[in-house]
Design a protein around this ligand. Structure first.
Ligand SMILES: Nc1ncnc2c1ncn2[C@@H]1O[C@H](COP(=O)(O)OP(=O)(O)OP(=O)(O)O)[C@@H](O)[C@H]1O
Ligand SMILES: [Mg+2]
Length: 467
């Protein structure tokens, strides 16, 4: 798409030659002799860039610039000033012009500046888009949960996000600690600032110290140049310290100081650096227990423990499983453009009795696996990873909270139920067809047809019983 440029200059010769040149190189150009008209045009159309003279009748270039920033803040502005009036250029830059040229200028000079300005505009737009994507990844919408414990988690996130309180997130592996930290940051008023993460797991004192606080050039042999640490990088935003329990004791003192005073020195540095950072920590362990064992400083524990969010393991909130499974299915459908559209009730049944040691991450991986193996539109138990098939129990029919799912394949579900009931009857009667047709209350020929349809034979039943 052609970039749209608006030129405003009351000198006709200048205006026409600029317009001519810019059109030749492929821009879509409009040129006008005054800013008042320019503003009217900008109110109804989007322009990528405006090139305007400063000295204009009725409304001058600086006034025009201020108005442009109000009606179309994304449009980049280049100002043309007369030779010897550099002060105009200074004011214009202060008011948000991207660049200026001093008359007389060569067309090449202007072209280079214009290209740079347009590139800058694209980058800003891309950044905004990226940030939006990050928000949609972390926003509440993507944090699923309808159980009371999760509702409580959302409530806490909501309450603390705009306060600068330190938050400790505690939960088993894969329960959503990082997602929660992101949700706090991206719903807080620091959301436009950086969200910096560091896992403290298995980092020795030296590396951790330099990661957290940075180092000066020459602080140690490999410090060939000054490096800023994560705390500095997070200035104005949030730092997320994962596996905080793993911080060596001697580093815990240093962390305590930052939490208390919000200042520190780089490794090998003299200068005290002050920062404005919100701290969120996460741990899979019971910090209190570590305090008792003398492996975690008590004073630091109390600093971190101001607000604690406990993320429950998935097995303690099984009602969320169908919701989460459906959410991940939709996520992968959108990402991979596959045609899977639902999950069978039997799969839900299997997912509900599983213990989920890897929690939500494991559930997400399971759905991803199943979708890769699913050949019809519906995920069935055969699509699940090996270990789930063993979990299938023939003890009940289905137990499923229908209110938690959006759709199901009726035919497929009924077939599954039918197959399951036939297997049940087969096992109960040891394959005696007369008894089977009695307990299922169907004619023997119908029964035989169905046994063939579902491939229920002595060998198959024995095989299922043995697994
Ligand atoms: N409530 C939720 N709703 C939707 N997806 C979730 C939820 N909680 C976690 N997830 C997803 O599960 C995966 C694991 O979450 P996350 O990385 O936040 O867990 P974690 O507790 O930090 O894990 P670990 O302890 O292994 O570092 C991620 O892909 C995340 O998007
Ligand atoms: Mg994590």
């Amino acid at each position: 798409m052609k970039s749209k440029i608006l030129i405003v200059d009351d000198e006709k010769l200048m205006r026409v030659s600029l317009e001519d040149k810019l059109m030749k190189v492929g821009y879509a150009v409009t040129s006008l002799s005054n800013a008042v008209e320019g503003l009217t045009v900008l109110q109804s159309e989007n322009y990528d860039a405006v090139i305007t003279d400063v000295r204009l009748p009725r409304m001058d270039g600086i006034e025009f610039l201020k108005e442009i920033k109000k009606v179309s803040p994304d449009t980049v502005v280049i100002i043309m000033t007369a030779y010897g009036s550099i002060e105009n250029a200074v004011v214009a830059m202060k008011e948000g012009a991207y660049d200026y040229v001093t008359k007389p200028f060569s067309l090449e000079e202007l072209m280079i500046k214009l290209q740079k300005a347009l590139k800058h505009k694209d980058m800003v737009a891309e950044n905004i888009l990226l940030k939006r994507q990050v928000v949609s990844q972390f926003g509440y919408n993507n944090m699923i949960g309808k159980t009371d414990v999760m509702k409580r988690v959302f409530e806490i996130i909501n309450t603390v996000s705009n306060r600068d309180t330190t938050v400790l997130i505690q939960g088993e592996s894969g329960t959503g600690k990082e997602l929660t930290a992101g949700a706090i940051h991206y719903t807080s008023n620091r959301k436009d600032g950086p969200f910096v993460k560091l896992s403290c797991a298995a980092l020795n004192k030296e590396i951790l110290e330099s990661e957290l606080f940075g180092h000066e050039k020459g602080a140690f042999t490999s410090a060939i140049k000054t490096r800023r640490g994560r705390f500095e990088l997070a200035d104005g935003g949030t730092i997320f310290l994962d596996d905080v329990d793993d911080i060596p004791l001697e580093m815990q003192v240093k962390l305590l100081r930052v939490l208390q005073e919000r200042e520190f020195e780089r490794v090998g540095g003299e200068e005290t650096i002050s920062i404005n950072v919100r701290v969120i920590c996460a741990t899979k362990k019971d910090l209190k227990k570590l305090v008792h064992e003398g492996r975690f400083r008590e004073d630091l524990y109390y600093r971190l423990h101001v607000v604690t969010i406990h993320l429950p393991p998935l097995r303690e909130r099984k009602e969320d499983i169908p919701l989460l499974a459906t959410h991940f299915m939709k996520k992968y459908v959108a990402q991979q453009k596959v045609t899977v559209h639902s999950i069978s009730l039997e799969v839900f049944h299997v997912l509900l009795i599983y213990q989920w040691p890897g929690n939500i991450r494991e559930l997400e991986n399971t759905i991803e696996h199943a979708m890769a193996f699913c050949t019809s539109g519906v995920i069935t138990p055969k699509d699940l990873p090996e270990n789930f098939r063993e979990e299938e129990t023939p003890s009940g029919l289905f137990s499923i909270e229908l209110s938690t799912i959006d759709s199901l394949d009726l035919q497929e579900t009924l077939s599954e139920a039918e197959r399951k009931l036939l297997v049940w009857a087969y096992q109960k009667t040891k394959g005696n067809q007369v008894r089977m047709s009695e307990i299922l209350r169907i004619p023997r020929t119908t029964l035989q047809n169905k046994l063939v349809k579902y491939n229920i034979t002595k060998t198959n039943i024995l095989a299922t019983e043995q697994t």
